[in-house]
Design a protein around this ligand. Sequence first.
Ligand code: SF4
Length: 463
Amino acid sequence: MQPSFRCFNESIYQQACTRVTPLLREQDASLVEKWTEFEWQAIWYSGAFGTSFRAVSGSLVEIVQFGFWNREPGPDFVHASLRVDGGRLLEGDIEFDMHVADWERHGHSQNPAFDRVVLHLFLHKSGASHFTRTTQNREVTQIHLQGEIDLLHIHPPIAHPGRCCAPLRSLPKQTIDSLIETAARIRMQRKADQLRRITIAHGLDEALFQAFAVALGYKLNKIPFLVLAQRARLQLLRELGPAAESLLFGISGFLEDRKTHRAMSIDPDYCRYLWEHWWQIRGQFAHLILRQNLWRFGMTRPSNHPHRRLGALAVLVRRWKEVRLLPPRLEDVAEWMDGLSHPFWDHHFTLNSRRTARPFHLLGQTRINEILANVIHPMLVATNQDDWESYKKIRAELGNRRLMIVCKRLFGETNRAREHIRCLYQQQGLLQIFEDFCLADTTNCAGCRFPEMVAKARQDHQP
Ligand code: SF4
């Protein structure tokens, strides 16, 4: 019997996604010295310390969910949940430090990225009392982990398989894909609705321009790119003509940075071109210049550096007439974006990097796919011009950490996940399941309704 997609209609999916002392034995003080902080984090995440602890304050802390290992700036583990003294569930992040004083030494108490931390783990303490506080002066529960463990798993996975792993294993591939496709359609509809709302407020051109900017800022610089697109509005940029690129770079604050002045000696022509216009209009727009600490420059490939992405946004502004005349076919839009080029940015990673011998694409394939999924197709859906079957054909590489986590949670191993992540719509569907179920769950899968939804699908599809 052919699997039917009936049981995965969008309404069923929507209904489902509503949103004491450690048991440690072996004493070996030398272990504490032997391992790095990263290795200790791995041991913690493997569960080797157990799940019940006595906090420094004397409270009983039970770890309900270890969360996901954050390999990016910020707390070490995100989306964890725990119960203190048998009370209500606390959801948030976990920070692991070697010494209790590291919280202050590393500036976490002044860093809003640590405001969601609900648990501070540490291995060492001194005689003095140390309190763990967030920027809002909220006290964070502390646990002093003793250097005693009886089980070592130094290389734990990025996430643990979830309760849905078993029922999904018994579903035919096509049925799993129909479920993923349902989630992908829901995700696309939400993006289209969002674009529609921005269009009502700002008009279609500005809405598209902002969506392009956010897609180019993905993922660490979405906010500064959005703010930039709101301050340097498309209409203003188009009126400025040749000065538009200078305005974008000027408001971004990149031209204020002393280090970029060195670029003058590396490629004087481009910097002179940017400054030629910027110094004339700077007085008018200086109040709009972005704070430099909004930008994140680390953790990105050189070709994704914000300077380069901003260069790509400037090209889009220059060719906006063509953007609006593009045919509503994804392959044509992808081909057009693949051909975008810029005399400086085809050969440079940043404003002050040296010229590369060979040119490279202004927008790589992964970025183009992101733009198709987050800007172009939502716009086609919002304007009733979409072609879902064409969208389904777009291939994609396994790109981001969230996707790796959801593959591990749903399929256990990456090999089993492989056949469900080849296309862009599959990746988008899996990300939606992750957001609707995994991120909404604080019970370590126990209260999640996704496994039941999968089990019901299996019954419905039995011959
Ligand atoms: S929270 Fe739900 S969807 Fe996520 S892994 Fe657990 S059972 Fe699966």
